[in-house]
Design a protein around this ligand. Structure first.
Ligand code: EPZ
Length: 417
């Protein structure tokens, strides 16, 4: 298992380029199933989850070439609705193959999805949508089997604002007969990106980015060329790391609008943030102030940056309160930060952070990719050397993380075993 060794105390300075968005690339690659044709998808990040999904699609019969961020995928020869069990289990986003295979074959057999250990990861809203479209669904031996004689458009009201369920119902309904309306839909930018990709393939999806999405079923889809949006969570991670080290960094290849909640909270702390067309400048010119944060669905503060910003707040004087309203189990990493000297108390879905003057480097183990990112940030702030184990979690969603941080002046190296 690879490890990262981080020597703290260096301010981050310079420029960093943000990669394509993992949580948009994964549903878009899965959605290419629906075209039964050739698609060229650009700006795909070179991360573990992409390679796992690529292997799954190849295992189902797709022809895939991927280099230098561009994927050519031909799904015309896919002739199975089953995803390879062992691979699909490794990836939360394998659940998008349910929507893709149901949309194309009216049937699916996909293992219960894996994913980060951040709480229970139900898929009841996905299943509610599939059943509403006409699927009969059974779960046997950890495999979800859906079968429909016909897919008929319908109205679906999501009980919970769910990114995955919103996207999966879009995938399952683009080739259904008639109109499907998803109400209480999630509004994340990656939902808009997936809808734009579906429309580039000839679908008719309207309203993505609002809480009502209308899908008019079409007869057939075709291949297309598409470019994935930049990763706002990766960008937010580098914004927070810059603030954490008192640095001054320009973050390139971003869509500033997607970063508004992070920008607002960093400005509230006294960080200088300047937005340009496709980049954002972050600099620390004065001592930072403690704040309170509550994670919410987009456009609220993203749950995926709760862990990174907690690392930053652990060394901001005063008390900060972070409330995690999305995933009940997303505070497991706090114990590791406390081993570095952080003073954090977790009560239910709230963490109370009393800022300390110093953190000390320690050996910590990543439990999920955003926890791993928070340990890297804590290591950049700490005295001495921090050793982050289980780096494969981080590699799932952060492309070339040590190279990008080294480019900003960090002292970080990977020990590969
Ligand atoms: C996606 O997970 C992301 N993963 C997560 O990113 C992200 O944290 C999350 O959306 C929220 O933005 C991918 O895109 C692969 P949800 P997903 O369905 O789709 C409940 C990362 O770090 N819920 O929006 O699983 C659920 O328990 C990862 O990149 C149901 O109750 O999230 C949670 O409380 C971590 N029933 C809430 O909804 C369902 O059927 C939001 O979950 C589905 C979800």
């Amino acid at each position: 298992m690879d490890r990262l060794l981080i020597e703290g105390g260096n301010k981050l300075n310079g420029k960093v380029n943000i990669s394509g968005f993992k949580n948009a690339a994964l549903p878009i690659i899965s959605a290419s199933l629906l075209a039964a044709d050739k698609c060229t998808i650009e700006n795909i990040p070179s991360i573990r989850d992409v390679y796992i999904l690529m292997d799954i699609m190849k295992g189902m019969g797709a022809e895939v070439k991927y280099n230098n961020g561009t994927m050519d995928i031909d799904t015309s020869k896919i002739n199975t609705h089953k995803a390879p069990y062992e691979l699909a289990k490794k990836l939360r986003a394998s659940y998008y193959l349910m929507g893709g295979t149901i949309g194309r074959f009216k049937t699916c057999e996909i293992t219960y999805p894996g994913g980060c250990d951040i709480g229970t990861r139900p898929i009841d809203q996905h299943i509610k949508g599939f059943e509403a479209l006409g699927c009969s669904v059974e779960i046997q031996h950890g495999v979800i089997k859906c079968v429909a004689s016909e897919l008929l458009g319908t109205n679906i009201y999501l009980d919970v604002v769910s990114v995955g369920a919103t996207i999966n119902i879009m995938l399952a309904s683009v080739l259904a007969k008639g109109r499907t309306v998803i109400e209480n839909a999630a509004k994340e930018p990656h939902i808009v990106d997936t809808a734009n990709f579906l429309n580039a393939m000839g679908a008719d999806v309207r309203g993505a980015g609002t809480d009502v999405i209308k899908i008019n079923g079409v007869e057939k889809l075709h291949g297309c060329t598409y470019s994935v949006i930049p990763d706002q969570i990766e960008a937010g991670t580098y914004m927070i790391a810059t603030a954490a080290t008192g640095g001054d960094v320009i973050i390139n290849n971003v869509i500033p609008k997607h970063l508004e909640s992070i920008t607002a909270k960093l400005k509230e702390m006294g960080v200088e943030v300047v937005e340009y067309d496709d980049s954002i400048k972050v600099a620390v010119k004065s001592p930072l102030k403690n704040i309170n944060i509550k994670t919410l669905p987009y456009p609220g503060f993203p749950t995926d940056l709760q862990q990174p910003i907690t690392a930053l707040l652990s060394m901001v004087s005063g008390t900060s309160i972070v409330t995690e309203s999305i995933f009940e189990g997303r505070f497991k990493y706090v114990d590791e930060l406390k081993r570095m000297g952080a003073k954090i108390k977790v009560e239910g879905r709230t963490s109370i952070i009393d800022g300390v003057n110093r953190l000390s480097g320690a050996k910590v183990s990543a439990t999920d990719l955003r926890a791993g990112a928070s340990f890297v940030i804590a290591g950049l702030m700490a005295d001495g050397v921090t050793e982050v184990e289980d780096v494969y979690h981080i590699d799932r969603g952060y492309e070339r993380i040590e190279q990008k941080f080294i480019g900003l002046g960090a002292k970080i190296k990977r020990i590969s075993e």
